[in-house]
Design a protein around this ligand. Sequence first.
Ligand code: NAD
Length: 347
Amino acid sequence: MADKLQFGLIGCGSQGRFLSEGLKMTDKADLVACADPNSEAAQTATARCGYQKAYDSAEAMLDDAAIDAVIVATIHDQLQPMALAAVKAGKHTFVEKPMALNASDGQALVDSAKQADVKLMVGYTLRFMPERILMKRLLDEGAIGEITHVSAGQCIGFSGDHWLNDPKHGGGPLFYIGSHAIDNALWMIGRKPTRVFADVHRPDDAHAEASADAVISFEGGLSLHACTSYRSGCSYGWLDIIGTAGRMRCEWQSRRLYIHSQKIEAYKQPTELEVPLQPYIPALPATAIGSLAAFRYLPMWAAEMHEFADAISQQREPSVTGEDGVVLLQVADAIFESGRTGEPVAI
Ligand SMILES: NC(=O)c1ccc[n+]([C@@H]2O[C@H](COP(=O)([O-])OP(=O)(O)OC[C@H]3O[C@@H](n4cnc5c(N)ncnc54)[C@H](O)[C@@H]3O)[C@@H](O)[C@H]2O)c1
């Protein structure tokens, strides 16, 4: 057996290449093969990331290439079928968010991964941002007491004819960016959601939703206000958590954490922290960083790949599981249903 994990890539667009660059930074993998029906995209991934062989279909690659694990980073409606093909072929699978277009397809993928005894991880990158990791640690240490209110959002300005705007391909801000914000809030809260009431704005049937706002309820009287939009004049994301002993806030794309805590002397006045990468994500060998070296998100994608590779070699569950992905999809199903009916939906 090779001393490094043998990796393949399914879906050679921008995110597939970013994750490949991140994987190279970990020095834990050989980039063996990549697949995309768009042969130009596959050739670009071989040239830029160093994959040894390009295929024009995932099935051909899974049949032929000697690989242990794959990254699946296709358009949204292809994520679940391609990830399912990979786990059925016995490959450990990192699948980009939202993993599937509904909870039932997400659960089928989780079940197949269990049956095949392979690791399944979902690409919720915000969980690897240092300021969010520190926020989670402080929350778990009780820095702001019991959580009473949460607000989370992720918004961009986006229009035009593109798969990310096409409902047939699972386009729309909820899956593309809102899923990150909601997953991150669910992780911080650490409880299962019970009910959703949502307002979903759809310009017409030919396009995906342009925005969605939801109140997501939890046991114990806690609510999460979630917002996602393609209608924003700027790229903006936030996570605000208010508790019985203070409050914290993170903003995308900033490394700052705002904290006001009655429990921690240093933060008894409102305080703004600039959070460094280390020790919150692993320090990686400074190798193999190509054209993307300056890209702000690359360390977080590398940290995701580091976690996935370690989960495989240590034979343990990754920190973001397929089950986490299914909970997000249950919330998304309920947001769409509530938006359609105007009624609250129980989860
Ligand atoms: N976690 C993050 O920070 C982050 C950031 C951006 C995008 N993403 C996610 O990454 C995924 C890809 O997004 P992108 O921006 O790279 O899109 P993209 O359009 O740049 O690339 C998608 C690629 O998938 C290919 N594809 C389509 N069907 C395929 C199939 N059956 N088999 C193999 N390849 C297929 C397309 O030809 C294209 O090259 C999406 O799930 C997106 O939400 C995640």
